[in-house]
Design a protein around this ligand. Structure first.
Ligand code: ADP
Ligand code: MG
Length: 454
């Protein structure tokens, strides 16, 4: 009798009979090349199968071609699971996804930020169609394709090394929302660490007079203003002077993450100079000009901003190529998005005058999100959906949940003699295996993909 997956009665039979006993072996996956119940950050995959054997497995731009398989209950309509699969494939950089409820089998292929249906058949036809399925996602053909693609990449790299260098030029990302406490600073420092650990050369710039990023990157090592070594050289000096204070002189090495990162610190005195700087015509462009001089030294520049619509926020958005808008998705933050939108419009007007391309918005990043099960299941999807509908902003795929580790790593301190010295570190250095760390790794992957550095 031919194998008929339409007889599977529930989700676990779809998993065991159709996927484990039939599809995986038919497609050439041995038990050491597939994994069940894989957790990556906030994502839980039913099955992940690899073209090559990799232990431990890593999902990044260079990861071997792989396939996600998701099993659903026979009564579930697959249409309702496509957007989730899209999220998995695009944020994990996985090429193929198989979705099945036993009655129907679909295969999707990842495009840059979307997925497309490349195969579909009824469950009862699976044996008749197995060759077609194989040609898309069996282990041998994926492996073969991987080596072809790799050599194509190598050829194109040698052909156009000067071109690819230009493509890889420094990308500047501002992290902004006019409301405070939504996770801007937390995003900047931990995303910076995650990008650094992926081999990118990262520069962090603190443009907020509250200097929280300066503190969070461990640059405030004094507990008495008499020993303040930041006052004399910080972001203010970069903005004030055309001829002096280049970025490289003001930036400091910070060990809040390993490998270390350069950080341009801020200082509370920034507040007192806003009016003076507004009078100074060229101050708005100064940061962008000075960054040009170091464009060969960094891959990504992250700018932290004040929770306001002031000059420093304006400078950040004039200087940046891209914008991330962290938000806790609560009512005040949402209402603030209207201001953010107006603000971006004004900035883009100015950018047009100076012939700079429009600011590219990477999206609203959900931050400090409650991990309560009911909330995540029912309320969060509605809140995420409301953002594009009501405010016209895209939502990023990554979600940063409310995690104690994120607050703890920022509050670490050292005892030196009889003194308490702040010693904050990134969550990736504090607890590399924590869910919070994984969420920032996924965010880093998403950002790299979206800015073309993946
Ligand atoms: N995802 C999170 N989980 C737990 N605590 C968080 C998270 N994000 C931010 N926090 C905490 O919330 C407070 C405000 O966050 P912060 O990043 O400084 O916001 P902003 O820069 O927008 O004002 C800080 O005390 C920070 O430690
Ligand atoms: Mg902040």
């Amino acid at each position: 009798m031919p194998f008929n997956p339409e007889l599977c009665r529930n989700e676990s039979e779809v998993e065991s009979k159709l996927i484990v006993q039939y599809l995986l072996p038919q497609l050439g996956y041995t038990p050491d090349t597939w994994h069940q119940e894989v957790a990556v950050g906030s994502i839980r995959l039913d099955f992940l199968a690899f073209a090559a054997q990799v232990i431990p497995f890593v999902l990044d731009a260079n990861s071997p071609l792989s396939v996600v398989m998701e099993a659903k209950h026979p009564k579930h309509n697959l249409n309702n699971h496509v957007s989730r699969l899209r999220h998995y494939l695009t944020s994990l950089n996985v090429r193929y996804g198989l979705l099945t409820n036993g009655k129907e089998i679909r295969i999707y292929e990842k495009l840059q930020y979307d997925i497309q249906l490349v195969f579909q058949c009824a469950g009862k036809d699976v044996e008749a169609k197995i060759e077609e399925i194989s040609s898309l996602i069996d282990r041998e053909s994926l492996k073969a394709r991987q080596s072809v693609e790799k050599s194509e990449i190598e050829i194109s790299e040698t052909k156009s090394s000067s071109e690819s260098k230009r493509q890889n030029s420094m990308k500047v990302i501002a992290v902004y929302h006019n409301k405070g406490g939504v996770g801007k600073t937390t995003t900047v420092v931990n995303l910076a660490a995650a990008l650094r650990k992926k081999g990118k050369r990262v520069l962090v710039i603190d443009l907020d007079s509250q200097a929280n990023t300066t503190f969070a990157t461990g640059l405030v090592k004094f507990d008495d203003e008499e020993f303040d070594d930041i006052k004399g050289s910080n972001i203010l000096h970069i903005l004030q002077s055309e001829d002096f204070y280049p970025i490289e002189e003001v930036a400091r090495k910070s060990q809040f993450t390993d490998p270390e990162i350069s950080v341009v610190p801020s200082h509370i005195s920034l507040m007192n100079y806003e009016n003076e700087l507004i009078q100074q015509e060229d101050s708005k462009m100064m940061l962008a000009q000075k960054l040009n001089e170091v464009s060969e030294k960094y891959d990504v520049v992250l700018i932290d901003t004040p929770p306001s619509l002031n000059l420093y926020a304006r400078i950040a958005l004039i200087t940046a190529d891209y914008l991330i808008i962290p938000s806790d998705l609560k009512p005040f933050a949402n209402q603030g998005l209207i201001n953010v939108k107006d603000f971006i419009k004004k900035i883009n007007g100015f950018r047009k005058q100076i012939r700079k391309p429009q600011l590219e918005i990477l999206g609203v990043l959900a931050c400090k999100i409650s991990t309560n099960n009911q909330f995540v299941k029912h309320t969060l999807p509605k809140r995420l959906e409301a953002i594009p509908k009501r405010y016209g902003f895209e939502v990023m795929d990554s979600v940063i949940y409310d995690r104690d580790d994120l607050a703890k790593c920022a509050e670490k301190f050292l005892i030196v003699g009889d003194m308490e010295v702040a010693d904050p570190i990134s969550v990736l250095d504090f607890k590399p295996d924590s869910t919070a760390a994984q969420e920032f790794e996924l965010l880093a992957l998403e950002v790299l993909q979206k800015i073309g550095l993946a």
